[in-house]
Design a binder for this molecule. Structure first.
Ligand SMILES: NC(=O)c1ccc[n+]([C@@H]2O[C@H](COP(=O)([O-])OP(=O)(O)OC[C@H]3O[C@@H](n4cnc5c(N)ncnc54)[C@H](O)[C@@H]3O)[C@@H](O)[C@H]2O)c1
Length: 316
């Protein structure tokens, strides 16, 4: 039987591309996109869409029953930078939406759940380089606290109630189809847009701030691979470390200069510098590799080529 899938927060940076990927895999009609707002014209035209608030349990239950949903991808959340401005709203959205889908799993109304965590679960006391899967986690941001709590609840619902919930700690994600939604790594997308339109960019992080990053195609592939893996291979039910590349704004600038030689960067760090400084600079993802066969394909060079080609419309 063909399974039906619901994506919550489908109009965001990840949700948009996840919707396209799942639709090409399972058929447009079998993948229901939903969000509290409408998405791009392309997304809206690509298949069924519902306006749905992920914190509204009754509305969620109704949509799940109506479309006979098997699998839910919960992408609705408030991201790190925005969450510092609205702590209670972030907590309510990030936690209540998760409890709603975990409860639906516990009640056997859905079979499988994907919920993303983040490198924001780590804090200043965490080993910064090659951060292990299991280590000190003392997040210093509202967003990180919500993600760490979420991880514990996922693990708890799996072990107590047998809920099949799977998760990845995404690093900063770089994509060209949709702009990022208020995170600390947003510079790594904005910089390409500004390099092409103005040949200059003012970065809100310092030149030497190394952060783990990933190109969107890798993140989507990892998500589908994790969800397709046999349940007994998924040994970690909190969330998997996942890695592809790590670089600083200065290194990214050099990579762009290979193609736009007169590109200029300046630095004007704001409150996001402090958040970035509390996160790892690189991640050890050996458990994702050994448990379900993860391997990244995009490094910084390939990411820069793909971003400039797609945003600039020219073959690099
Ligand atoms: N983008 C990244 O670099 C990154 C990194 C680590 C983890 N993540 C996680 O991945 C998930 C998706 O992130 P994203 O970058 O696509 O975020 P985004 O901000 O781009 O998208 C979130 C979407 O959720 C929607 N939304 C907000 N409130 C909602 C509600 N009550 N009900 C339904 N929809 C609602 C928004 O309209 C938006 O379209 C989040 O859990 C985020 O924490 C993202």
């Amino acid at each position: 039987m063909q399974k039906s899938i619901l994506i919550l927060g489908a109009c965001g940076q990840i949700g948009t591309e996840l919707t396209y990927a799942l639709r090409s895999k399972h058929g447009n009609e079998n993948v229901i996109a939903s969000d509290i707002r409408e998405g791009s014209e392309e997304l809206m035209a690509s298949g069924p869409f519902e306006i749905l608030d992920a914190t509204d349990y009754d509305a969620l239950e109704e949509v799940i029953a109506y479309y006979e949903i098997h699998e839910v991808y919960l992408m609705a959340a408030m991201l790190s930078a925005t969450a510092e401005k609205f702590p209670m709203r972030a907590w309510n959205l990030n936690m209540n939406s998760l409890f709603n889908v975990l409860t639906l799993g516990k009640e056997k109304k859905i079979e499988k759940i994907f919920w993303p965590s983040s490198i924001a679960v780590f804090g200043t006391n965490t080993p910064k380089s090659d951060t292990p899967q299991s280590t000190i986690m003392e997040p210093g941001t509202v967003y990180g606290i919500s993600k760490q709590s979420g991880e514990r609840w996922c693990d708890y619902y799996h072990h107590k109630f047998g809920v099949d919930v799977r998760s990845i700690r995404y690093p900063g994600l770089i994509s060209w189809k949709t702009m990022p939604g208020g995170g600390t790594t947003d510079y790594a997308v904005e910089i390409y847009h500004k390099a092409l339109s103005e040949k200059k960019y003012t970065c809100f992080l310092k030149a030497d701030t190394a952060l783990p990053m990933m190109f969107m195609d890798d993140a989507i592939r990892a998500t589908l691979q994790l969800m397709d893996a046999d349940g007994d291979k998924i040994q970690i039910r909190s969330s998997y470390n996942l890695s592809a590349m790590s670089f600083t704004p200065a290194e990214m600038t050099e990579s762009i200069k290979q193609y736009i030689s007169d590109f200029k960067i300046s630095y004007d760090p704001d409150f996001r510098q402090e958040i970035a400084a509390s996160w790892p600079s690189s991640i050890d993802d050996s458990r994702a590799r050994s448990d379900w066969g993860w391997k990244a394909r995009f490094d910084l060079k390939r990411t820069t080529e793909t971003m400039l080609e797609n945003l600039g419309g020219e073959k690099i």
